[in-house]
Design a protein around this ligand. Structure first.
Ligand code: NAD
Ligand code: GLY
Length: 355
């Protein structure tokens, strides 16, 4: 088992990474307090809830709330359902929410924990690769509004994160690979050793070999731990985690969130951002080709479809939160393993989109 210590402004918490953690009760039940509410979705609940529930009930009075799966469930109405369930369970300030599921459940249950009685503790049990390497760590919580994704939210760090690698075996292939794009991202922006290791182990990663998964998840979490320690509230360095995301979000919006998984759009976005880095001379030619080859070997998409309207993408990119004074600000690469934030001319962005 690997244990990564996450330090933040008001404390620290462990991220446990190993296969079989759900059944290693002594590792995580010690973090429980008060009354416990397990929040999960119907898919994950059907697979893993029973094993968790027995262990919780042996220690604390425990209730369960199951929500529908998918991004559509990340709403104010479901946030309120969690609050209602806490009230019905007579949860007090010492209560614990367990978020068992992917990033949707983690964000929603995390925000319920941030807001109920001005803050109770949450323990994250991430069951997707994306949630294990990214969403469960770092304290961003919230839900969507019709006007925008994650528009309502708060920073609320978990009391512990329990990443059971065995849960990844039931994950759909596309969801699994989409999470792998975020692992590539950590390598590209700050960990050239991780990137090089992925180039060697691409097949093992694609086949979900246990040793490869342990290394990929624990090393990603270590990378995220560094960023959260240095910039918990995203006033600087944390923005680098958005590498590939400005292009990716525009692509997701342009395709009505129906065509791509988030990680797939980010994969295409990372290639575009690296091509842009080469175009403006921030880096020598080479990294874009290397990145593209790794993503292809992992089975991820790397090219914009022909029919996508490039000008609409630029317009959508103008809405990005990182922009200032009408300038596009993007995360670019100086080399594989070194990212920076740069103001970019819309014409250069357009040229890359058309290339
Ligand atoms: P998700 O939570 O919707 O899970 C994807 C699908 O996989 C769902 O249908 C779910 O039921 C199913 N699933 C989950 N675990 C499974 C398992 N072990 N076996 C079988 N099926 C399983 O999506 P996601 O990709 O995990 O997360 C996306 C969300 O995360 C987005 O809402 C995004 O905004 C958020 N996010 C948050 C942060 C953060 O820092 N808080 C970072 C990145 C993404
Ligand atoms: N997923 C981006 C962040 O946590 O900041």
């Amino acid at each position: 088992m690997k244990v990564i210590d996450i330090q933040h402004a008001s404390g620290r918490y462990p991220v446990y990474v190993a296969p079989g953690l759900i059944d290693m009760h002594s590792v995580w039940t010690r973090h429980l307090s008060g009354r416990v509410l397990i929040v999960t979705d119907d898919t994950v609940g059907g697979l893993y809830l029973d094993r968790l529930l027995g262990a919780c009930e042996a220690v604390c009075p425990t209730a369960v709330l199951r929500l529908p799966p998918g991004e559509e469930a990340k709403t104010a109405a479901n946030w309120l359902k969690i609050i209602d369930a806490l009230i019905a369970h007579k949860a007090q300030r010492d209560a614990t929410i367990i978020a068992l599921g992917g990033g949707v459940i983690g964000d929603l249950a995390g925000f319920a924990a941030a807001s109920y009685m001005r803050g109770i503790q949450v323990i994250q049990f991430p069951t997707t690769l994306l949630a294990q390497v990214d969403a469960s760590v770092g304290g961003k919580t919230g839900f969507n509004h019709a006007a925008g994704k994650n528009l309502i939210g708060a920073f609320h760090q978990p009391a512990a994160v329990v990443a059971d690698l065995d849960t990844l075996s039931t994950l759909d292939e596309r969801d699994y690979l989409a999470g792998m794009a975020e692992v590539v991202k950590y390598g590209a922006i700050g960990d050239p050793g991780l990137f090089g290791w992925m180039e060697v182990e691409a097949e093992a990663l694609k086949c979900r070999l246990p040793e490869a998964l342990l290394e990929a998840v624990s090393r990603s979490v270590r990378n995220k731990a560094e960023v959260v320690r240095a910039d918990e509230r995203e006033s600087g360095q944390r923005a680098l985690l958005n590498f590939g995301h400005t292009f990716g979000h525009a692509l997701e919006t342009a395709t009505a969130y129906a065509r791509y998984r988030h990680g797939e759009a980010v994969a295409i976005g990372m290639v575009l951002a690296t091509r842009l880095s080469e175009l403006i001379g921030l880096t020598e030619p080479g990294p874009a080709r290397r990145l593209l080859k790794l993503l292809e070997r992992l089975g991820l998409p790397t090219e914009l479809p022909k029919e996508i309207d490039r000008d609409r993408l630029v317009d959508l990119m103008r809405l990005d939160k990182k922009n200032r004074a009408d300038q596009l600000r993007l995360i670019l690469l100086e080399s594989i393993g070194k990212a920076c934030i740069r103001a970019c001319a819309a014409d250069d962005v357009r040229e890359v989109l058309h290339s």
